[in-house]
Design a protein around this ligand. Structure first.
Ligand SMILES: [Zn+2]
Length: 211
């Protein structure tokens, strides 16, 4: 969203009709290239936009861009606290059909229920680094080798010339989920007791929920 639009909104009277239009327009916003990113503090209405324009990058091999974001929310992570997700995202063009995306310092906090005692607690997540490659969908079928590697491959939206890093951010966080979520008190208690049976019981609760 450009600054001009935001300023205009503050000055002019906003009719309900205009409001709806603006809402609809906001859904399509894909302009992370406009810095600074959070000039309008719009994160207070739960910013769920993870699209990034990449047209410029594809035109110039080796070109790199860095985006620092915070207060992002995803429907895939319903337990997120009000601060949302923060991270750095670096995107580099490998050639005119693929991009390398690297997330660093992904931080988030989650409202959790302790698997041992049932108490509510906050769990902090900190992912140092997570990488994925973004390609056009046809490229992947041509270059089969990339499917066999463990590399994470996501698709570029060819029409809008955007990438959506929501799944990447969500995966980075979920991959770091512990098998068992325990509050500090239980973690400390179990560290001193070292109960093997207890561990086995909770391990079976583990579900993989990647989509
Ligand atoms: Zn507990």
């Amino acid at each position: 969203m450009k600054d001009k639009t935001i300023k205009a909104k503050k000055i002019k009277d906003v009719t309900p009709e205009k409001k709806e239009k603006k809402k609809a327009a906001k859904k399509d916003v894909a302009t992370w290239s406009d810095k600074p990113f959070f000039a309008d503090k719009s994160w207070k209405i739960k910013d769920k936009i993870f699209k990034i324009k990449i047209a410029d990058l594809l035109n110039e091999t080796g070109k790199q861009d860095e985006i620092v974001f915070e207060h992002k929310f995803s429907d895939q992570l319903p337990n997120l606290d009000d601060e949302g997700i923060a991270a750095n995202f670096t995107v580099q063009s490998l050639d005119n059909t693929s991009l390398l995306g690297t997330l660093t310092d992904v931080t988030a906090r989650f409202h959790e229920t302790c698997d041992s005692c049932g108490a509510s607690f906050m769990r902090s997540v900190d992912v140092p680094s997570y990488t994925a490659r973004f390609v056009f969908e046809d490229e992947i079928t041509k270059k089969k080798e990339s499917v066999e590697t463990e590399e994470v491959v996501l698709y570029i939206d060819p029409k809008a010339e955007t990438i959506n890093i929501e799944d990447m951010v969500v995966q980075a966080i979920l991959l770091n989920d512990p098998f068992v979520k325990r509050c500090d008190t239980c973690t400390k208690r179990l560290e001193s007791v070292d109960d093997e049976d207890d561990f086995d019981e909770f391990q079976s609760k583990w579900n993989i929920i990647f989509s």
